[in-house]
Design a protein around this ligand. Sequence first.
Ligand code: AMP
Ligand code: GLY
Length: 420
Amino acid sequence: MKVGIIGSGGREHAICEILKKSAKINKIFCLPGNAGTKNIAENINIDLDNFENIKNFVLDNKIDLVVIGPEKPLVEGLVDYLEKFNIKVFGPNKIASQLEGSKIFTKKICEKFNIPTAKFGIFQDRVEAGEYLKKINFPTVIKADNLASGKGVYICNNEKEANIAIEEIFDGKFGKAENLLIEEFLEGEEMSYFIISDGTNIKNFETAQDHKRVLEGDKGKNTGGMGAYSPSRLITNELEEKIINKIIKPTLKGLNEIGAQYKGFLYAGLMIVKNEPFLIEYNVRMGDPECQTILPKLKTDLIEIFLACCDKKLNELNLEWSNKKSLCVVLCSKGYPDIFKKNVEIKNLKHLKLDANNYLFHAGTKIENEKIFAIGGRVLNFVSLSDNFNNSREDILKNLVELNWDGGFFRKDIGYKVIK
Ligand code: AMP
Ligand code: GLY
């Protein structure tokens, strides 16, 4: 089989790496990929906004299955476009992807089906939003409605901070904003819950907890994710049942009612308050770096899972997982999430100790004349599986010391809630 992976991050490198294990696959293309995927796949430098070029490449190269990693092409309808040409694609269509593309779309589904979520108001103008602030308690949460790559969310401690957030969002700091949301602040512990769906059947795809803030102790600015661990310490059978019955199933039912069957990964960002799950947000893809953290635990052939989803036969598969603990630390370029240098060489990669339990996934890297350069904010993902989170983190930190890259920084405290 020939498979095409769309994307260029650590998530896509992990998908390539795990797919590589399958005897069914004889060729992987990565569009556009990174220096890590280049060792496994053929990287194809293609503009992901140009759907026609992608379609032509897939048809010309007789690719049997396309897997879409990031949210942008999903929200923009790449699945619908490719399916018109009878191309098999793993990922949700444009309507279903509104779960991530529009927070208001998701909130309306929550309202209609009684899905537990933070109370909210939707505003189209600054004055109304400003007046609403006078009636609420602080802290409060203010969000731009559009895709903002994990940014565009403000936790405001008082009216003054909230007014600044409203101004910045409507001034277009995260792209054109027609709406914003003001939400009740939920106090609890966050957890990411993943499922995979073929439109009718769903299977659990593990849990994780990520660290979104840039500084140790979960302080500082929000990032795409500085590290993660799986499983979450919060998950129990009882909580899982609540998540499935109160959140996931009603959402998929709501989508069905508007004619959208959900095929792909679905990532529920949850706040667990006194053992009750509340939906914070949906993402219509695997998380990054949660994907890198979770996939190495998968024992079932990943290609069989993707194919079962596309063929609506997920019920015939039993997903098997290793019960090891997995932890991921992200090495970033100094300055991220603000300004950072590009094209900084990374040496010493050959010195790393990698094996069946220790993985290195590239994110913002490129290779030129056999040398590896950092070109993004998040650069490398170190993942380690072991019997406990402490050992996993120790192994990663040893590798980071070996690498000794002075262009970067990382958080040493990933997983602190599960490591004494
Ligand atoms: P989001 O992009 O919606 O996931 O929000 C980014 C982060 O803001 C989340 O991971 C939470 O830490 C925090 N957050 C978002 N909404 C709320 C809320 N209603 N209450 C408390 N924290 C929130
Ligand atoms: N790690 C958070 C995300 O992928 O959105």
